[in-house]
Design a protein around this ligand. Structure first.
Ligand SMILES: Nc1ncnc2c1ncn2[C@@H]1O[C@H](COP(=O)(O)OP(=O)(O)OP(=O)(O)O)[C@@H](O)[C@H]1O
Length: 525
């Protein structure tokens, strides 16, 4: 087994896949029910980076060590730790073991071991078996040997790079309170993995980058990552929300002013360009920049020089520009809303960010991340999704992308409590609480094993007639998706969406209301 594991670990594979394989191999070797590999960050938070036998959404979970005594115990020892099945310490995986469907874990065997790198804890490995007595003395000795092999593997992989990122993350993030504003980009899908790879390639190039994507896809996070991975990472990153710049003050905000430049200018003040000197200036929602300012911005980008308002003195700038927009800037240039020359300056390297609906099962990983945030914030023992809720999340087109998912999950967790659920139980969120207005098809009669993090195979084609959704449901799901996509493509403009769909606007409103995508007062949140 050890030889096989070594083989897997030395294969030429992306790090995530390598660790995932290791988790699966360890689970098979110990014939246990779940294996987790968790990486520690500088804020003493463990990130589940690979798992076998745990629900897919578990991969988005982050565990603050101080809140999980079992993990704290494992981390405090060099030798493997075995937990007595009668141990009263709460189990961090309560409700997450794949075949438990949200019910509390019964008495079971559990052991774990700290993995070190350069004599500092890199993270931990955990093993769970529902059969008590599965982990005897021999198993613990074996775990120790395995731990040493894994440690060696961790050393030679690029994971060190990822780990460094996590360490940096931890130092700017004080534990769970900030997890909702995740600075780490979650996602195992091909779409996100290749995007991250591309970002890392261009991060250091100093080229201006234009991030394109629907609202809520994470453009802000990607911009931060670009800065963090660039040679300017030790210098400031200054963000300007172009949509929020009042036209009258915009010039002074960007370029600064001197005392007396206008009434109210009582002292010299540097602008955002100067504040970003040596670092990165992030022009968010750049498509909203007023035309008058576009010309001035263009001049600065061409000359690399700024002048504060009220003076002729020229200041040389050394700033890398990252811009983001959810508009179709090219179309805006044709419509005369955005200057073509500025568009070309900004879009030297355009990077489209895929919408959530194109990211496969990342929606579950992200849901797990937001569930853990809600769990900690609301003081719950555990909270997870039912199979049907998972299906609903995967079917929904997510016009509001990750931001919408975040709101859906926090609202569902709150609703459970307001309906009288106990904080001491592991709560299971069903589709009705998600309020997504899609009718998920019934699960096949025989409960199929839940999707396991390690076995990322696409769902099998439905051959069981019972598993086929009624025609009306399929038609409605299709209509919802088309409307969602049209709204996303038109930035929520119902009139334009109606035109794109070939519908009369009032009919679109009627249809959207019938499909539950729009309340009388507006769009369903
Ligand atoms: N891959 C991801 N992993 C973790 N959290 C994410 C991810 N993508 C987005 N988020 C979270 O979703 C929320 C919305 O992301 P963000 O504000 O970056 O979107 P945006 O594309 O800039 O939206 P807008 O165009 O409306 O400004 C944030 O809370 C962010 O932390």
């Amino acid at each position: 087994m050890e030889a096989l594991l070594l083989n897997d670990l030395s294969a030429d594979l992306p790090d995530g896949v390598r660790l995932q394989r290791a988790a699966t191999a360890i689970r098979e070797a110990f014939a246990c029910d779940a294996v987790g590999l968790l990486m520690l960050d500088a804020a003493d938070t463990l990130h589940l980076v690979a798992a076998s036998g745990l629900a897919h959404e578990a991969l988005g979970r982050r565990f603050v060590v101080a809140q999980h005594p079992r993990f704290a115990t494992i981390l405090s020892r060099r030798e493997p730790t075995w937990f007595d099945p009668e141990s009263v310490l709460p189990d961090p995986y309560d409700g997450l073991l794949d075949d438990r469907k949200g019910s509390p874990l019964p008495v079971h065997d559990c052991m774990g071991m700290t993995l070190y790198r350069d004599d500092r804890p890199w993270g931990i490995m955990t093993l769970d078996a529902l059969a008590t007595g599965a982990f005897d003395e021999a198993a613990r000795a074996r775990l120790r040997r395995l731990g040493l092999i894994l440690q060696a593997a961790v050393r030679v992989t690029d994971l060190e790079r990822e780990n460094r990122q996590l360490r940096q993350l931890g130092s700017t993030q004080q534990g769970l309170e900030h997890i909702g504003e995740a600075t780490e980009i979650l996602g195992h899908s091909e779409a996100i993995q290749s995007l991250l790879h591309e970002l890392d390639l261009v991060a250091d190039s100093d080229l201006p980058i234009l991030l394109l994507g629907e609202t809520g896809v994470g453009k802000d996070l990607f911009a931060r990552r670009l800065h963090r991975r660039s040679r300017r990472s030790q210098q400031p990153m200054i963000q300007v929300n172009c949509a929020a710049l009042p036209e009258s003050l915009a010039e002074s905000e960007l370029f600064g002013h001197v005392k007396g430049a206008f009434s109210g200018a009582t002292s010299d003040r540097p602008g955002r360009f100067e504040a970003a000197q040596g670092g990165t200036l992030f022009l968010d929602e750049v498509g909203e920049l007023p035309l008058s300012l576009q010309a001035k911005l263009l001049r600065v980008l061409q000359n690399g020089e700024i002048q504060r308002l009220g003076t002729d003195q020229v200041i040389k700038t050394d700033v890398r520009i990252i811009a983001a927009t959810n508009r179709d800037l090219k179309a805006n240039t044709q419509a005369g809303l955005f200057r073509t020359d500025l568009y070309h300056r900004l879009s030297v390297y355009p990077i489209p960010i895929p919408p959530l609906r194109d990211r496969d099962r990342d929606v579950l990983i992200l849901a797990g991340h937001f569930l853990e945030f809600s769990r900690a914030r609301l003081g719950l023992r555990g909270v997870r999704l039912s199979y049907e809720a998972e299906r609903a999340l995967r079917q929904y087109p997510w016009p509001g992308n990750v931001r919408e998912l975040e709101h859906v999950i926090s609202r569902a967790a709150l609703k459970m409590l307001s309906r009288g659920a106990s904080r001491d139980q592991v709560l299971t969120i069903g589709p009705e609480l998600l309020d997504l207005d899609i009718t998920p098809p019934e699960p096949p009669a025989e409960a199929s094993p839940q999707l396991v993090a390690s076995e990322a195979a696409p769902p099998a084609a439905a051959t069981d007639p019972g598993a086929i959704a009624p025609l009306r449901d399929s038609v409605e799901a299709c209509q919802r998706r088309a409307i969602g996509e049209a709204l996303a493509a038109t930035q929520g403009n119902w009139a334009q969406a109606a035109r794109a769909l070939g519908l009369d606007p009032s009919n679109l409103h009627k249809l959207a209301r019938r499909l539950g995508m729009k309340h009388e007062s507006g769009i369903a949140s």
